[in-house]
Design a protein around this ligand. Structure first.
Ligand SMILES: Nc1ncnc2c1ncn2[C@@H]1O[C@H](COP(=O)(O)OP(=O)(O)O)[C@@H](O)[C@H]1O
Ligand SMILES: [Mg+2]
Length: 341
């Protein structure tokens, strides 16, 4: 029996796009994606290539870390995603709409904090938010005061809400910017270095706030030059260096794709190091007087441990430590994660 033909998918109601690539050639992963870029490129006037052919896919519901040293192109990418600057070439879609063309439809559903929020120093923190909210035509004026109070509470600024913003520390200004992004429920939060200028306690608070927002179902896209910050809070990561994407994917997969370190705890470090070398381990390092770690050799680790015992090495501990994101980064770039820009 013949199946009746499926009706055609209805066109997007607004901002229909003249697609550069036919729909059916788009990978399935893009269907649930909140941000998709294709060969996104920005060359600043003066010739500086800040973002170079970026293909990014940010899944819905992820906490997506956009990681890279200073100058690697994170803020430039975010400014293109928010329709603040035009790409030189390539394309980007946010919440299903092309940007910058469809930015007007997208931006009310996105909370953004980009590089030092613009604040009026002569206004209090609270008045800054009231004013910011009043400028948003989609915001309900009847709930404005409550929403502003809630946002201030959420970022820990309730007590300082009546002080002028010019008296705020850098960290407090950063929180006020974050509060502005939280005035309405959002499908997507885009946070450019949200913990910049915060002390360790403030950083912890922002991290737990991000986790909380993500558990409410908000997709969070945050940039950072701090590797362990990304590792602590993100489900996914994209790694940038010099305007180019090195890798992207779930944090756990990236770290798992990198081999962990073999760690032997023993008072006989010199003998242990020699035996590990004979067993084919690489990159052997002795630390803390009783710890030898190495790249695990390509053989059964039971044999390695037996060889240590045979050689009279007193083994207190023998383990393969899980690779960190930093190990993955080093494996990827052949260099450490250098934050100096
Ligand atoms: N407005 C601009 N004009 C020219 N070059 C710029 C401008 N903004 C940034 N750049 C350059 O583009 C590169 C990427 O910068 P940026 O996107 O700010 O990186 P990140 O946010 O990762 O630190 C850097 O080399 C930077 O100097
Ligand atoms: Mg930046």
């Amino acid at each position: 029996m013949e199946e009746p033909e499926e009706p055609e998918e209805p066109e997007e109601p607004e901002e229909p796009e003249k697609s550069e690539e036919p729909m059916e050639e788009r990978p399935a992963a893009e269907a649930g994606a909140v941000i998709v870029t294709r060969a996104l490129t920005k060359r600043y006037r003066g010739g500086q290539l800040a973002v170079d052919g970026l293909d990014l896919t940010v899944p819905a519901g992820s906490v997506f870390g956009f990681l890279g040293p200073n100058g690697s192109g994170k803020t430039t990418t975010i400014r293109m995603l928010m329709g603040l600057i035009e790409p030189t070439s390539g394309s980007a879609r946010v919440l299903g709409h092309p940007v910058p063309r469809g930015a007007r439809a997208v931006l009310p559903r996105v909370g953004a904090l980009i590089e030092g929020p613009a604040l009026y120093g002569f206004l209090t923190g609270r008045d800054n938010l009231l004013r910011y909210d009043a400028a948003d035509p989609t915001a309900d004026p009847r709930t404005r005061r409550t929403r502003v109070a809630d946002a201030l509470e959420r970022v820990g600024l309730a007590a300082a809400a009546g002080r002028k913003a010019k008296a705020y520390s850098l960290g407090m200004k950063q929180r006020l910017g974050l509060a502005a992004a939280l005035l309405q429920p959002r499908a997507l939060l885009v946070l450019d270095e949200p913990t910049n200028g915060l002390d360790p306690q403030g950083m912890r608070e922002i991290r737990s706030l991000i986790r909380e927002l993500a558990s409410d179902g908000t997709t969070v896209f945050l940039s950072s030059h701090l590797l362990d910050e990304i590792e602590q809070v993100c489900t996914h990561v994209a790694v940038m260096a010099r305007g180019r994407l090195l890798t992207q994917g779930p944090v756990a997969e990236l770290a798992a794709g990198t081999r962990g370190r073999l760690v032997v705890t023993t008072p006989d470090t010199a003998d242990a190091a020699r035996v590990l070398k004979e067993q084919g381990a690489g990159d052997i390092a002795v630390a803390d007087g009783d710890r030898v770690d190495a790249e695990p050799p390509d053989r059964d680790l039971a044999e390695v441990s037996a060889a240590l015992v045979r050689a009279g090495v007193r083994v207190r501990g023998f383990a393969v430590e899980r690779a960190s994101l930093e190990d993955a980064f080093v494996a990827l770039t052949g260099e450490g994660f250098d934050v100096a820009g």
